[in-house]
Every structure is written in structure tokens, then in C-alpha cells.
Ligand binder design. Structure first.
Ligand code: FAD
Length: 353
């Protein structure tokens, strides 16, 4: 049996958010450990579909301290390049990462926080939760889902179009995942792409850099008491990355409105029209993976943990990092997580002092 260990700060999650937090804690001279459930570095980037490319060039996808190097022949690097960058980042800054270690619960105990894992217990004065969203796929409640006789999968299980060649596939979702997977499948399957509202593409000449700028501008406006600029949502839902643009321009990405229910052989719209389907792919998003924080009982009525910046309002020893705009503008992006990570690290350093 492993005895309990003690460290000033535990970072839960060793993806990009956990690494950025580690970088800043190290700079402030604060000791910490990163506990990561994956056996290998790279967080969620290890599990995405084969054709996924970043929506920003490498130089605009960097964590604090080290620019992401460009990928030869690719303006927008692929997920494998991001994994290599994250692996190198952890090594370069000698971040103390323990893996695979899954945190099952964070508890209050005698003035400290007790972190329970499948590899023993840590006692600590502060926790940064950086567990991402990939691990909690969201499926909407749609009538008839249990009646459908074909295959259903979420974005997290999609890998490559060859797995569906010749099949009748319905892709659900008008965000980036939906558009990219629909574009992937547009050539060799009988594709039906359904979206809740007509697809809203960002202008072809703007990419993830504009998303970051919009999120930052919104944060500044709100902080300064000015009118809400609308942030990222004001630009559109879909970054027109080259494969999406190509499929769209060839007329292969025609979106139908959302169907009203699933039937045994496919999907059906309110007027009775049907599309036969072998497979339905739900590109319907994610929720923050926060079950390890349940023992702290911080969730409000709608399941949300209230934060000021990254700090939990009702537990100042806990910071939440990288889940979305509610934990810092664009904090769920490579370039955007650096700033909230720095704020979390500074806040914890003063708490420990
Ligand atoms: P993750 O990468 O999910 O890392 C979290 C880590 O925590 C994982 O290793 C996980 O195993 C671990 N973990 C989870 N639970 C526990 C636990 N209980 N105990 C211990 N460890 C745990 N961003 C960009 O900047 N550019 C893009 O082009 C871009 N494209 C994206 C495309 C897709 C399809 C998606 C889903 C996201 C994209 N993002 C992009 C957003 C974002 O950069 C990624 O989601 C990124 O993976 C988030 O990093 P993270 O460290 O917060 O979470």
C-alpha cells in the first residue's frame, strides 16, 4: 500500500492546461505535482480523428515560454504535432508529472485538501483542476435514440472516413467538429449533415487568431463595464479550415435542419421526411470533466462551479483552468490558457505565502 504524500500544490490533469499551470508555478518557485490519467503525454490531442488540424498556425498555438515550432509543409499543424510539442514542453521545463494517475476525489481534511487517486493519496494546500472536457462527451436528449437500430457514436470515437466507406451516415452538429467530420465523410459516404441552425462560417481569411482576439476583447469590455461585444459567438461557429472550405465549395456540405426523432432505420423530420442511416455521429460537444471535485460540493443549481477568474468562489484553494471562457477568455485553447494559468499560479503563490 502507498503511503500518503504531501506537496504544496496538486495539478489534476497533464494536458496543455496542466502544463501551462506547472510552467508558471515553477517560475514562482512553488513546488507541485501534476497527476495525469493518461499513460503518455498529449492530453486529449492523442485521441482526436486522424485528419484534425489546428485552426491557427503554430506560432499562434503556443504555451507560455516556448513557441510551437512550425510543422513542415503544414500551415495548420496536425494533432500529432501538438502531442510532440506538449511532450517536449513537459521535458524542457522538467515538470514533475506522474502518470498514469487518475484522481477520484478531492476532499477537505484538517485544513488541507486530500487528493485521492488510483495510486495513493496526496495532501496539499491548493489544487488546480485542469482535466479538460474530452472525457465527458455530451449527447442531447433526442426522441427515439434507443430505437435506432444502427451504430451511434460521439465525436470522441470518430477516427477516419475509411471506417464508413459506402455507408449512410448522419452527422449531427454545426460546430467545428461537426463541420470537419462532415467534410471528412463528404466524399465516400452517403452523408446527411444536420445542424440546429444554418451553418455559420467565419470568413475564409480568418482563423483561430481572430477567435482569440474576440474572446480577449470581450473579456476586456466586460471587465471595464462596457457593452458585451459578443465574443467568439459574434464571428461565426465554424472556422473554414482548408478541408471544410474545399468540401463546402464543391457543394458537398449542404446542411439539413435538425431532425425531430430517430426511428429504427434512420432519422425523421417533423413533416415525416426520413433519411435512412447506418450510422449517426453526434458532434454535439462536451461538458467539463469535474466529477473528481464532487466531494467539495461546489456545484450550483445548474451544475456549474462559480469562479472568480480561475478561483472557485466557495473554495479559494481550488482553481479551475482551461474549461472554457468561464475560466478565462479562450482558456480552452493553446494560446489562451497561458494568461489564466499565470493568474492561477500567482494567486496560489500568495495564498501559500
Ligand atoms: P485535455 O487535453 O483534455 O487534458 C486534460 C488531461 O487531464 C488529460 O490528459 C486527461 O486524461 C486528464 N484527466 C482528466 N480527468 C482526470 C482525473 N480525474 N485525474 C487525472 N487526470 C485526469 N484549441 C486550440 O487552441 N486550437 C485548436 O485548433 C483546437 N482544436 C480543437 C479541436 C477539437 C475537436 C477539440 C475538442 C478541441 C480543440 N481545441 C483547440 C481546444 C483545446 O485546445 C483542447 O480541447 C485541449 O485538449 C484542452 O486542453 P486541456 O489541457 O484543458 O484538456
Amino acid at each position: 500500500m502507498t503511503s500518503a504524500r504531501r506537496t504544496p500544490v496538486v495539478i489534476v490533469g497533464g494536458g496543455q492546461s496542466g502544463l501551462a499551470a506547472g510552467y508558471h508555478l515553477r517560475r514562482l518557485g512553488v513546488d507541485f505535482v501534476i497527476l495525469d490519467a493518461q499513460s503518455t503525454p498529449g492530453g486529449a490531442w492523442q485521441h482526436t480523428w486522424d485528419s484534425l488540424h489546428l485552426f491557427s498556425p503554430a506560432a499562434f498555438s503556443s504555451l507560455p515560454g516556448r513557441l510551437m515550432p512550425p510543422q513542415a509543409g503544414q500551415e495548420y499543424p496536425d494533432a500529432g504535432h501538438v502531442v510532440a510539442y506538449l511532450r517536449d514542453y513537459g521535458k524542457r521545463y522538467e515538470l514533475p508529472i506522474e502518470r498514469p494517475v487518475r484522481v477520484s476525489g478531492v476532499h477537505r481534511e484538517s485544513g488541507l485538501l486530500r487528493v485521492e487517486t488510483d495510486s495513493g493519496t496526496w495532501h496539499t494546500e491548493a489544487v488546480i483542476s485542469a482535466t479538460g472536457t474530452w472525457w465527458r462527451p455530451f449527447l442531447p436528449a433526442v426522441s427515439g435514440r434507443a430505437d435506432f437500430g444502427g451504430q451511434q457514436l460521439h465525436t470522441v470515437a470518430y477516427r477516419r472516413p475509411q471506417d464508413f466507406t459506402g455507408r449512410r451516415v448522419v452527422v449531427v452538429g454545426g460546430g467545428n467538429s461537426g463541420a470537419q467530420i462532415a467534410a471528412d465523410l463528404a466524399y465516400d459516404t452517403q452523408l446527411t449533415w444536420v445542424t440546429q441552425r444554418p451553418p455559420l462560417y467565419l470568413a475564409d481569411d480568418i482563423d483561430g487568431r481572430a477567435l482569440f482576439d474576440a474572446a480577449s476583447a470581450r473579456r476586456r469590455a466586460l471587465d471595464e463595464g462596457r457593452t458585451d461585444t459578443g465574443g467568439v459567438a459574434s464571428l461565426g461557429d465554424i472556422v473554414a479550415v482548408p478541408p471544410v472550405r474545399e468540401a463546402r465549395d464543391r457543394g458537398l456540405l449542404k446542411a439539413a435542419p435538425m431532425f425531430s426523432r430517430l426511428v429504427p432505420g434512420g432519422v425523421e423530420w417533423a413533416d415525416g421526411t426520413r433519411a435512412e442511416a447506418d450510422t449517426v455521429i453526434w458532434c454535439t460537444g462536451f461538458r467539463p470533466a469535474l466529477s473528481h471535485l464532487a466531494p467539495l460540493e461546489l456545484r450550483g443549481r445548474r451544475g456549474h462551479i462559480a469562479t472568480t477568474g480561475t478561483r472557485a468562489v466557495d473554495e479559494p484553494r481550488l482553481h479551475l483552468l482551461g474549461y472554457g471562457d468561464w475560466t478565462g477568455p479562450a482558456s480552452a485553447t493553446l494560446i489562451g490558457v497561458g494568461r489564466p494559468a499565470r493568474e492561477a499560479a500567482r494567486d496560489i503563490a500568495s495564498l501559500l505565502a
